[in-house]
Design a protein around this ligand. Structure first.
Ligand code: THG
Length: 291
């Protein structure tokens, strides 16, 4: 599984400040720690970057290249900033992301072709967020038409079905799972990814890791190829690398409804209950583990 570390992110107030003050220390520390924890890519999220996008991207890449050499995922809606990244890094880049609208595909897919790089295809269309698994599939079909028109290799495309927070949009967490269950059959030679930590936004802080890890295992059952993850959650990275077989068995058996919950330890029980919430079998509340 291809892991993309999410931690260098302008939504983090310390990163935002560091970019503003051109203070490279905290960004370099995060890059070094992410690489130590063995993610495959670093997501460089500079937000919409309407002001100075290209200059910010150039600075970010140059300070990160002083300390690590893993490939980068360029996470901004500013096309000029993406171009700067591509000029500096070439084909080893990942463009994160391209929305499924004619305008964004026309702007960005020719760059994927030109640089022979990877990209994330975001399943958000001109009408906004998809409402269910079927709308996600329809958007993915639309994206593949343009990919084939340009002759881009399918394996360079990572579809992102949009992960939403279970605390506010539980039905969408189920819809994304449902889409992933069909994905490999519908689009066999394409890849999939997702912004995993979105799922635990609004969940009590100390339980976010549990929710992220459980959802990762659920998506892995249906063949998820990649994820944008918290590189500082070592347990999560172990799970993605196929370790922690016992927890995987609990989650997968819960999905298959072959589990025997009366024989579980406390830790296993937490994964069992969390799987049921994320599969839409029980309704989410902040105290779901206590019920
Ligand atoms: N799909 C794609 N790209 C994405 C997303 C996606 N990029 C951005 C985002 N979603 C994935 N990255 C993050 C990064 C941080 C968090 C969630 C998703 C996060 N951070 C904590 C918070 O905001 O509370 C902690 C921040 C901190 O470190 O202090 O939740 O879906 N293609």
């Amino acid at each position: 599984m291809l892991l993309i570390g999410e931690n260098i992110n302008i939504m983090n107030s310390k990163i935002k400040q560091a970019i503003k003050e051109k203070n490279k220390d905290i960004i370099q520390e995060m890059a070094i720690l992410s690489v130590k924890n063995k993610v495959d890519y670093l997501d460089i999220n500079i937000g919409p970057a309407r002001k100075n996008g290209p200059e910010i991207m150039k600075w970010m890449i140059s300070i990160i290249r002083e300390v690590v050499d893993i490939p980068l995922s360029l996470d901004t809606t500013n096309v000029e900033a993406i171009k700067v990244g591509l000029e500096m890094e070439g084909e080893k880049c990942l463009i994160n992301s391209i929305q499924t609208t004619q305008e964004r595909m026309d702007l960005l897919l020719p760059l994927v072709k030109q640089y022979n790089c990877k990209c994330i295809a975001l399943l958000v269309g001109k009408e906004g967020m998809p409402r269910d698994a079927t709308e996600r599939s329809a958007l993915a079909c639309e994206f593949t038409l343009m990919v084939d028109e340009l002759g881009i290799p399918h394996q360079n495309i990572y579809f992102d079905p949009i992960v939403l927070p279970v605390a506010y949009q539980q039905d969408q967490v189920v819809a994304t799972l449902e889409f992933m269950r069909m994905f490999k059959e519908m689009f066999p030679d394409y890849n999939s990814t997702c912004g995993l930590s979105n799922v635990s936004n609004g969940v009590p802080e100390k339980l976010r890791g549990l929710v992220n890890r459980t959802y990762l295992l659920m998506l892995m059952k249906y063949g998820l190829d990649s994820a944008i993850v918290d590189a500082f959650d070592l347990q999560l990275i172990e799970i993605a690398r196929g370790k922690r077989e016992n927890i995987k068995d609990i989650v997968w058996q819960t999905l298959d409804e072959t589990i025997k919950p009366d024989q579980l330890s406390q830790d296993e029980m937490d994964y069992f209950k969390t799987t049921r919430i994320l599969a839409g079998k029980s309704i989410y509340s902040h105290s779901w583990l206590k019920l």
